[in-house]
Design a protein around this ligand. Structure first.
Ligand code: ARG
Length: 395
């Protein structure tokens, strides 16, 4: 049972598994995660490459509701920046792969990941957790072929070379975004060429007129855009189109992979970044200060473990318990102004859960804050500092 994308590596995996490793029968599975590829040609390509059966399934909805929305509620940003668009897809692909493997009675599952990426870690760990009885085969981790050699091997087996044989980039994409690596991007000091982007326009090409959007949340989930209620998948699609058209959502970073190396990564994840930004802002209005601070630490751990392939581990479950509980009161609306690569928060409100109390905050005559109470508070608050200073003051 081979996880199949229709790309060079996974296509070559089919004849390679059969010819080099003596696998009798290869069945492929391709997931529709909203990447916009046409799936019928991919299904047929697997058969043409020697698969005995080629299965495609639409996973867009569970991808958004079970993986993307929890990441929004967690404000999940790996190393403070990358919203995990690729990482979130892997545990879902693994889950479905294992289900189908059991349905067809496969004794092993295979994927096309190389030995230096994060995706192999995510697949292997997830499969090992969900189906310990299945063997995991990773031919691309062992075959030692360069990209050219892989293409040549495929051509000898009747697999057509990719149309864009010259495209030097390695791209992963789904409804949440695109990741672009390799080619000239391997030099972290080289500016990415405009041609690599597909979901976002450049700041230069973005409209001169700003656009304000309002995102409504219920229990931490984005549910409406400019007052219109949207299902989760439509929400992501619309947020992508809106943010992308204003040049918001590009990321150029050097990140630390699980396998120990640093790599230069370009991402475009317009909708996800916009929704996380709005969600963070609503939390600042509706979460108590100590919960908010504590949650920011939990968010970092959550993003780390998702990046590191531990979606099905015990820490993930335990942190989810905390995160879910915090979202009860995250209800309200956030307005953002999209303009020339920026999304600037310009307003936030909550009818039921705002902890912002005007009578307490105001400097006007309605002020209900007891100013004189501050003196006693500061006396006690500053006591340890004064005692320490009295003991250690120089001279
Ligand atoms: N560096 C990102 C991550 O680890 C993107 C990986 C892209 N994967 C790929 N097979 N091209 O999540």
């Amino acid at each position: 049972m081979l996880a199949y994308s229709g790309g060079v590596d996974t296509s070559v995996c089919i004849p390679y598994l059969k010819q080099e490793w003596g696998v009798e029968e290869v069945i492929t599975f391709a997931a529709d995660l909203g990447q916009g590829d046409e799936l019928e040609p991919i299904r047929l390509k697997a058969l043409a490459s020697g698969a005995s059966q080629s299965i495609v399934s639409d996973l867009i909805e569970p991808f958004i509701t079970e993986f993307a929305f929890p990441a929004i509620r967690a404000n999940a940003l790996y190393e403070g920046r990358y919203p995990l668009s690729t990482a979130l897809a892997r545990p879902l692909i693994a889950r479905r792969l294992v289900e189908i493997a059991r349905e067809v009675g496969a004794d092993a599952v295979a994927h096309g990941c190389t030995g230096k990426g994060n995706d192999q870690v995510r697949f292997d760990v997830a499969i090992g957790a969900l189906a310990p009885e299945l063997k995991v085969l990773a031919p691309a981790r062992e075959w030692g072929m360069s990209r050219e050699q892989t293409i040549a091997y495929g051509e000898r087996c009747g697999i057509a070379a990719p149309v864009s044989k010259k495209s030097p980039y390695s791209i992963d994409l789904n409804l949440l975004g695109r990741s672009i690596e390799a080619g000239s991007l391997e030099d972290p000091d080289v500016e990415p060429p405009e041609e690599i982007y597909a979901m976002t326009c450049s700041v230069e090409a973005a409209p001169a007129t700003p656009q304000v959007v309002e995102i409504g949340f219920e229990h931490g989930n984005p549910v409406s855009l400019d007052g219109e209620r949207l299902d989760p998948v439509t929400m992501i699609r619309r947020a992508n189109a809106l943010a992308g058209s204003h040049g918001f959502g590009r990321l150029d970073m050097v990140e630390n992979r699980v396998v120990g190396i640093k790599s230069r990564e370009i991402y475009e994840t317009p909708g996800l970044l916009l929704l996380i930004k709005a969600h963070q802002e609503l939390e600042s209005l509706t979460l108590a200060a100590d919960v908010l601070r504590y949650k920011r630490q939990v968010e970092m751990s959550w993003a780390d473990l998702v990046y590191q392939g531990l979606w099905y581990g015990p820490l993930k479950q335990a942190l989810d318990g905390f995160l879910d509980r915090t979202q009860d009161t995250v209800n309200g609306r956030v307005r953002l102004k999209l303009h020339r690569g920026n999304a600037t928060v310009v307003g936030r409100s909550s009818d039921s859960d705002s902890l912002y109390v005007p009578d307490m905050a105001t400097y006007g005559s309605e002020d209900l804050f007891d100013h004189r109470a501050a003196e006693g508070f500061i006396y006690v608050w500053g006591l340890p500092t004064r005692l320490w200073s009295a003991r250690h003051r120089a001279g």
